[in-house]
Write a protein of this length. Sequence first.
Length: 258
Amino acid sequence: MTGFRSVFSLAGPGLPVISFLARLPAALCPIGTLLMLTELDGIGRAGVVAGMLWLGQAVGGAPIGRLADRRGHRPVIVVASVANTAAVLALVGAALGGLPAGAQALAAGLAGVTMPQVGPLSRTRWSVLAASRPEGAELTGRALSLDTTIDEISFMAGPALAAAVVVAFHPSAGLLLAAALSAVFGVLFALHPTAPGPVATDPAARTGVRLASPALGVLCGMAVAQGVILGAANAGVSALAGQLGETGVAGFPCWGRG
């Protein structure tokens, strides 16, 4: 606990709380989409639309992170949070309005692409803050450990929270909660005083840097396989719960990163 006190001294306890709530939509949206569409249209459409949302998150993550480095966290995360809120609301509207599967998949893809990358960008902030202290290396390790714990808790709490609000209120409640959290806490995370500005890049420093390699290909393949397992598990649990007439409870077993 003493180590975490030194981390909190960097930015105060507010940043971990805000970053936790701001990253919850990334955990709420996939299972929220599965729960809503399983209830409204069946698991077949739910799996396709939720898969588009996951694909969008994978495609949009790197560009958002790159833009945040080049333009600074504040403008990029504010725009992403507002756009994500609009896209999630469009997905809910498309589902409740009975629009074709293609329109729902398009809205889900946009919701995924615009998902603010709060977890990775939060770790960037901790690294920048810790680097300014004499005990930078040790403090960076503690800060990243705390942030990783927050990340994992969010991916455990998200599905359970989505299930709870779906059971208590409406099939779309999980996604509506995600939209509200993105609109409020995504923007608060963006505007927090710790948000770094643009990072100056030297084009000459990138000369000769080779990103692609066989080792990276193996890691990417392993990550894709892990994602297939997690996605299949989430969709399978949702299908089973729907078959048993208890769609809303599917989020409770789907704890974990997915």
